[in-house]
Ligand binder design. Structure first.
Ligand code: GLV
Ligand code: GLV
Length: 355
């Protein structure tokens, strides 16, 4: 191969590998055993001759790495993630390195995980599972693991972009919840969906679902019974959920986060969970991954999973393919041709403002 491409991790599937090796690239996949590579580890991988890198969201891609990649003759960096808060875009631009991410292929998978966390938290699934395994079940009881009925409740979505909109649709269609959402951009397609579904329900003699676009995030926090966070992480969304905003939420609300950990002040969240045993959370992401803030692991009203929202086989293979295409496209000068693995997204409009 003419071009040296480095992947900092092994990734699912083989299609991404074939794409590169069939198209003049010599691929090197890092075999380092430790989970998170340091800047020094990656500098060593880049070496003095490297055209493009496929990297991971756990890595700190800033001036040091981009200038090293430039010196090595590189022009492309692909983040195997839709979020790119780990990438200093200005530093990449300054060094003439193009950045790729992997939107589209993970929308439905991530939304499904957020929906799963919502149900798991509302119906206390994990707590009940632990109870069962501990041998504590000694017979059906009227009070045993009573949770929240979602039907007729209000789902609140903060950030109605691709993932937030897909999540909203699942909760509305699946559980007949009403919608309140907050986004700087209007999501007319989501609104039309709720209206049409509401009319369908009404025609069938059922209570119609409704939607409302909130004029502030606080309005969502005050009114919703289940709230899911889908913003991008940047300076404006850091600690979006702080003690004041936690206090606005209903005492029996469910809060879900499958976006980025620092969107929630996790220390404040632990305090809030302690003070409000009926308040429940479902978390896929954490402020200091891989760690949890002290006390969180002991909270029965929290469901916690290790950043697996995009972890379906189809999506991870799609992300790897897209990551390879992004690097290859830049190196070979192809126009960006879109995503061969993507299904027709339910909502193709990009409702989240660019960071
Ligand atoms: C995963 O967290 C992603 O941003 O793709
Ligand atoms: C519960 O199992 C019921 O039958 O109501």
């Amino acid at each position: 191969g003419k071009y040296r491409v480095v992947s900092t991790k092994s990734m699912p599937g083989t299609r991404w590998i074939k794409l590169l090796t069939d198209n003049d690239c010599r691929l090197e996949i890092c075999t380092e055993k430790k989970t998170i590579l340091s800047v020094d580890d990656i500098l060593a991988l880049i070496g003095d001759h490297c055209h493009g890198v496929i990297g991971q969201l756990t890595e700190d891609w800033g001036e040091v790495l981009f200038s090293a990649l430039k010196r090595a003759g590189g022009t492309a960096f692909s983040n195997m993630a839709v979020g790119y808060n780990n990438v200093d875009v200005d530093a990449a631009n300054k060094n003439g390195i193009a950045i790729g991410n992997t939107p589209g292929v993970l929308t439905e998978t991530t939304a499904e995980l957020a929906a799963s966390l919502s149900v798991a938290a509302a119906r206390r699934i994990v707590e009940a599972d632990q109870f069962m395994r501990a041998g504590l079940y000694d017979g059906w009881l009227p009070h045993l693991f009573v949770g929240n009925l979602l039907k007729g409740q209000t789902v609140g979505v903060i950030g109605a972009g691709r993932i937030g909109s897909a999540y909203a649709r699942m909760m509305i269609e699946g559980f007949k919840m009403n919608l309140i959402y907050f986004d700087l951009y209007q999501s007319t397609r989501l609104e039309k969906f709720v209206t049409a579904y509401g009319q369908f329900l009404k025609a069938n003699g059922e209570q119609p679902v409704t939607w409302k676009r909130a004029s502030s995030m606080e309005e969502v926090l005050r009114e919703a019974d289940v709230i899911s966070l889908h913003p991008v992480l940047d300076k404006t969304t850091y600690h979006l959920i702080n003690p004041e905003r936690l206090a606005m939420m209903k005492k029996e609300a469910v809060l879900v986060n499958a976006s980025r950990g620092p969107v929630i002040d996790e220390v404040a969240l632990v305090e809030h969970l302690k003070a409000n045993p009926m308040f429940r959370v479902g978390l896929d992401v954490f402020e200091d991954e891989p760690y949890m803030k002290p006390g969180l692991a002991e909270m029965k009203n929290a469901v916690v999973v290790p950043h697996i929202a995009s972890a379906s086989k189809w999506t991870r293979e799609g992300m790897a393919t897209l990551a390879a295409l992004n690097v290859l496209g830049k190196i070979k000068g192809y126009p960006v041709w879109g995503n061969p693995n993507a299904v027709e997204p339910f909502l193709d409009e990009e409702a989240t403002p660019p960071p």
